[in-house]
Design a protein around this ligand. Structure first.
Ligand code: ZN
Length: 206
């Protein structure tokens, strides 16, 4: 939703309701990432109109201070970065205590191994395929190998949790990502900047 039209947010919410599977909301604090996006009022406003789950991606330091409030305003999934907190396992448990799905995220410069100790505590995991903080960046090609390595470890641990990909995802790479083992694809500008956003979503889902 970072690429949505904030002056006509309801129109873009309806587009997602009708054609996509979930709302991905990028919350940035200007500290963990060099950008500031939006917070509780926008998440709450979207929650009121959404008929699809709200996937709140926290790019903030100390997510433990805010997960309770994001759960309260309507998040169905909350993810945060593994290096944004002292005790990721505790924050994952905190998210789950609200009946919300908990996810861990890493930027492209952290090895996928940094997620391995926490996989058993996650409902999903997310790989950034650009550096967190801005929309409209170019997709990093090494992501495919990272998906395959992460998928192999998830299976080795006997788990069944989806891998989500965030950043530079479009109809041009969605098929290869799915083949590598990704199950949730986040697209922002590829959808909202398209002539026919619904068609792009359908193309990616196909
Ligand atoms: Zn995101």
């Amino acid at each position: 939703m970072l690429s949505a039209d904030f002056l006509h947010l309801e129109k873009d919410v309806e587009l997602v309701n009708e054609h996509a599977d979930l709302f991905h909301l990028d919350v940035m604090d200007g500290v963990f990432v060099p950008n500031i996006s939006f917070g509780f009022p926008i998440v709450e406003a979207i929650a009121k109109k959404s008929t699809k789950p709200l996937d709140v991606h926290l790019m903030i330091v100390q997510p433990e201070k805010y997960v309770d409030r994001f759960a309260k305003v309507g998040a169905d999934m909350i993810s945060f970065h593994v290096n944004a907190t002292e005790d990721p396992a505790a924050v994952l448990a905190q998210v789950r205590s609200h009946g919300v799905q908990a996810g861990l995220v890493i930027n492209p410069d952290l090895p996928v191994e940094s997620l391995f100790p926490y996989l058993k505590d996650c409902d999903f995991v997310m790989l950034m395929s650009v550096f967190a903080g801005f929309g409209g960046q170019k997709f990093i090609e090494e992501t495919y190998d990272r998906v395959r390595a992460l998928k192999a470890e998830i299976q080795r641990q006997g788990l069944n949790i989806p891998i989500e990909i965030d950043g530079g995802v479009s109809a041009a790479n969605s098929k290869a990502l799915a083949e590598a083992g990704a199950e949730i694809l986040v697209a922002g500008s590829a959808v909202f900047k398209a002539e026919d956003p619904a068609a792009v979503i359908q193309q990616m889902k196909a």
